[in-house]
Design a protein around this ligand. Structure first.
Ligand code: MG
Length: 250
């Protein structure tokens, strides 16, 4: 069931999204050679707490940390750890979901650590741009398939692949609501976008094949071919005046 939000609820989600996106900004500032992913998680925990928000990841199906941090060939759901030290040249995907005044918001960004390769830079650029291609068509009257089609055709043109095993989702009252928001799709297909819908659009884009596997920790999703992956995400509201990014730190 798709949960449509009232204007008042969207205002609260905007507040929630501001906190979530500022937490992501703070986490990004902590990305530097020699830092552990656990230390970045601690930055997230402290920031959310200082704002009266809570992590939606902590305890979700038993997830032990406040955010997901996935490095290089890791796609999503990496578990922050004291043993995982970031080094120059790494790309670091940080995914934060948080709850404020009863409403969840969700966003992700892949940060560069030190000097990264040209290949990595290009992947990050195309992935970030594909998110905005998706957002552009997230308009009332369009369909979910239009978003996936926009994302996939954009990254395909750059020689990259979308991950099909994991998808974006509705978000708000619950962390994961209907509808699913795949990063692939057919134009004019899928549920119709309506004012009041709030969705997390989140391209997970691989340098090589889109195939992935899950590590023994039962969380971390990696590329099957060991090549790089990037992840950018915003929580977006569908409004009569077009898409509004709720995870806006400004
Ligand atoms: Mg999400």
């Amino acid at each position: 069931m798709i949960i449509l939000k009232t204007a008042k609820e969207l205002d609260i989600m905007k507040e929630s999204g501001k906190i979530c996106s500022r937490a992501l900004k703070e986490a990004g500032k902590a990305v530097e050679p020699g830092v552990s992913t656990e230390k970045i998680d601690e930055v997230v925990r402290k920031y959310l707490k200082s704002q009266g928000a809570t992590s939606s990841s902590l305890g979700y199906s038993g997830f032990p940390k406040n955010c997901c941090i996935s490095v290089n060939n890791e796609v999503i759901h990496g578990i922050p750890s004291a043993d995982r030290i970031i080094k120059s040249g790494d790309i670091v995907s940080i995914d934060i979901c948080s709850k404020f005044k009863g409403y969840h918001t969700d966003n992700a960004y892949t940060f560069e650590c030190g000097d990264v390769s040209e290949n990595a830079k290009n992947l990050l650029k195309a992935t970030k741009e594909s998110l905005f291609e998706g957002i552009k068509v997230a308009k009332a009257g369009n369909r979910i398939g239009d978003i996936g089609h926009a994302v996939e055709s954009y990254v395909k043109a750059h020689g990259y692949s979308v991950v099909r095993d994991f998808v974006g989702h509705g978000v708000g009252v619950e962390l994961h609501e209907d509808p699913s928001v795949p990063n692939y799709g057919l134009q004019g297909h899928g549920p119709r976008l309506m004012p009041g819908m709030t969705i997390a659009i989140e391209p997970m884009i691989n340098e090589g094949s889109g195939k992935v596997s899950v590590l023994k920790d039962e969380w971390t999703v990696c590329t099957l071919d060991g090549k790089l992956s990037a992840h950018f995400e915003h929580t977006v509201a569908i409004t009569p005046n077009g898409p509004v990014i709720l995870t806006d730190p400004s």
